[in-house]
Design a binder for this molecule. Structure first.
Ligand code: ARG
Length: 415
């Protein structure tokens, strides 16, 4: 009988494969692995066998793609959540769901510990551990990569060989890739030099703008209460809809992001992302809000978006503040229902048409034709009162300035 029972967040890569055996020995533990499918392109076949051969006694593989989109990515879409105004946070949004599922499995299995394979200098370790801590304050979190004896990949490979841990002997990929249905993050290798343009082979899902078709592609997206529900007139479930937009965006070079980003741990890093579907949806959603949100709500919401993005990026999905901001955001989406027509062309997205049953655009007010209903005479009184504080201020200010000038002339100090 082992002393401990540990549920390991397992990807099947070198780090987590070595981790299974290492934890089993170093903690005298029974190991259960959990792998969440968030719609990543990497094959999950053979993973169960691999985990068992690495020393796990039980394996969980769960498809969380639908839950990921509907409970994490779409709420963030409604909020307009782009970290540092650019990154739709595919990775940041996935971690709380993986942590939540890890905790559920730990409870079911009666485990006393959980472990992840994040490094000691990234954001993901924080997201995992803060989320687990919030959901299960009594569970112990382990992060072997921060503490174990291996100093390099080669040392891990030696350990794996010595213990018959199966590691795929593939051609070395120079990049570290984290990938799900909401987007792909590509790091390491030559990308660490921010002066160097990412080579073509860094991208998995998008063509380069110069290789995209010479014709634009039109896409019509329909939203209901801020949630995308149909593309090009066809109602679709969340997973099919985002998968389709990833394809459409990818072939038109939409969604490449090359970003110098501030990590929570204080490091500036150069991140390359591909997020075709998320980029299209954020753009379209914003356009629909321009049409349907009352002015002060629209303006206030952009401030909320920044705070909300920081919370998610910084691992605080399961916090009362994120939940309170979500309640605000959800309330604003009551009338964000309608249709946006976009044209995609060589990496660009533009809106060409928008419509909504709740459109606040009033042609009778906006028009410059004879149909105009706007009361022009009302503007006179409005401007008088609106500009009154500035008039009052400058009346005094100009008097003071001219008196100072007179004094300086009298003293001969002007000039
Ligand atoms: N910088 C991004 C984030 O913090 C992506 C992290 C990618 N993670 C990885 N394991 N490669 O959300």
């Amino acid at each position: 009988m082992s002393k401990n029972k540990i549920v390991v967040a397992y990807s099947g890569g070198l780090d987590t494969s070595v981790m299974v055996k290492w934890l089993k020995d170093n903690y005298d533990a029974e190991i259960v692995t959990f792998t969440g499918n968030l719609g990543q392109t990497k094959e999950l076949v053979g993973l169960e066998e691999k985990a068992l051969n690495s020393g796990a006694s039980k394996v969980y593989i769960k498809d969380l793609t639908k839950e990921f989109l509907e409970e994490y990515a779409f709420p963030a879409l409604k909020a307009g959540a782009l970290y540092e105004e650019a990154y739709p946070m595919a990775c940041s949004l996935g971690r709380p769901l993986l942590a939540k599922t890890l905790v559920e499995i730990a409870r079911k299995e009666g485990a006393n510990m959980v472990a992840h394979g994040c490094t000691g200098k990234g954001n993901d370790q924080v997201r995992f551990e803060v989320s687990v801590g919030a959901l299960a304050p009594d569970l112990k979190n382990l992060a072997p990569l921060r503490t174990w004896e291996f100093k390099s990949r080669d040392e891990e490979i030696d350990y794996a060989k010595a213990h018959n841990i199966p590691v795929a002997v593939t051609k070395d990929n120079p990049y570290s890739i984290d990938d799900n249905i909401w987007g792909t993050a590509i790091e390491c290798g030559v990308l660490e030099d921010p002066t160097v343009e990412p080579p073509a082979d860094a991208y998995l899902h998008t063509v380069a703008p110069e290789n995209a078709p010479d014709e634009f592609e039109q896409v019509i997206i329909e939203f209901e209460k801020g949630i995308p529900v149909a593309v090009n007139g066809k109602a679709m479930d969340s997973v099919s809809l985002v998968t389709l937009l990833n394809e459409i965006g990818g072939r038109n070079a939409v969604g490449r992001i090359d970003l110098i980003e501030n990590r929570l741990v204080g490091i500036k890093s150069r991140e390359v992302y591909e997020t075709p579907g998320a980029t299209i949806l954020h753009f379209a959603h914003k356009e629909l809000e321009r049409l349907t949100l009352e002015k002060s709500v629209a303006h206030y919401k952009t401030q909320i978006a920044q705070e909300y993005s920081n919370l998610i990026y910084n691992g605080l999905w399961f916090s009362p503040l994120r939940e309170a901001l979500q309640a605000f955001v959800d309330k604003t989406q009551k009338r964000v229902t309608g249709k946006i027509t976009l044209k995609l062309y060589k990496g660009t997205v533009r809106v060409v048409s928008r419509s909504s049953a709740y459109s606040l655009y009033d042609p009778a007010l906006a028009t410059y034709t004879a149909e105009d209903q706007f009361d022009h005479t009302a503007s006179e009184g409005f401007i008088k009162i609106y500009g009154l504080p500035l008039k009052t201020y400058n009346r005094v200010e100009q008097k003071v300035e001219s008196e100072i000038k007179k004094l300086r002339i009298a003293n001969g100090t002007l000039g």
